[in-house]
Design a protein around this ligand. Structure first.
Ligand code: PGA
Length: 244
């Protein structure tokens, strides 16, 4: 498993259902010219491209966007944590709100996936976050508390897992919480249990070149999970280089 404490900050590019060979070649040709000291850059392409991204990338680590909660067997279309580990995957996003919404993933399923990943020496990046309705009804803390309790497995610790706070209403919308709201939510999550105090915690949701520096400067934010802006290689590099 990758040594998380070796890194000061984390920049996770969630490509979602985007990219092809040509995109990957151009992207890595530019990214490979950069040197990111102590900054952990993780590329999460669609699973079919994990191998090629790994082969072409110089320093970046690779992450999957999802995995099966089954180990092996008659589960058509699935990819196990063990298979991801076999090809050298270091991280895997689990519980992204798009998976919770479009693929009806429950906290229990996410918990099971994260636990399988840890068993296979892959760092799960466990996503949690409230919807707009929940925020409007002042239920953010209640929702975060339930998601943390139910989707983070017992085996998770600050050396083998990462938490990503992604308010659902901020994803892909260009709207972000205020800096205070981000800091408050991260602090709230950290204080839910002693064991979270030293967890690496990422913020995700409309991170871009204009807001990244301030967000990444927050005391309780250790990095960013970036969707749209990570598809533009120049912007992604600028976000990484602009952060302290
Ligand atoms: P966004 O996506 O940066 O495009 O808002 C973030 C994510 O979904 O992880």
């Amino acid at each position: 498993m990758i040594e998380l404490s070796n890194f000061r900050s984390f920049f996770v590019a969630n490509w979602k259902l985007n990219g092809n060979f040509q995109f990957i070649r151009q992207y890595l040709e530019i990214l490979n010219r950069e040197i990111f000291n102590k900054k952990c850059v993780v590329l999460c392409p669609p699973s079919i491209y994990l191998n090629i991204v790994k082969d072409l990338s110089k320093d970046s680590l690779i992450g999957a966007q999802d995995c099966s909660f089954y180990n092996e067997g008659a589960y058509t279309g699935e990819i196990s944590a063990n298979m991801l580990s076999d090809i050298g995957v270091n991280f895997c996003i689990v519980g992204h709100s798009e998976r919770r919404k479009y693929f009806r993933e429950s906290n229990d399923i996410i918990n099971e996936k994260a636990s399988k990943l840890i068993e296979n020496n892959i760092v799960p990046i466990i996503c949690i976050g409230e919807t707009l309705d929940e925020k409007k009804n002042n239920r953010t803390e209640e929702i975060l508390k339930v998601q943390v309790a139910a989707s983070i497995p017992k085996s998770a610790n600050n050396n083998n897992s990462i938490i990503a706070y992604e308010p659902v209403w901020a994803i892909g919308t260009g709207i972000t919480p205020t800096l205070k709201e981000i800091e408050d939510s991260h602090k709230f999550i950290r204080n839910l249990d002693k064991k979270f105090l030293n967890f690496k915690m990422l913020y995700g949701g409309s991170v871009n070149i204009k807001n990244s520096k301030q967000i990444l400067n927050l005391a309780n934010v250790n990095g960013a999970l970036i969707g749209g802006a990570s598809l533009k290689i120049d912007e992604f590099i600028e976000i990484i280089n602009n952060s302290s």
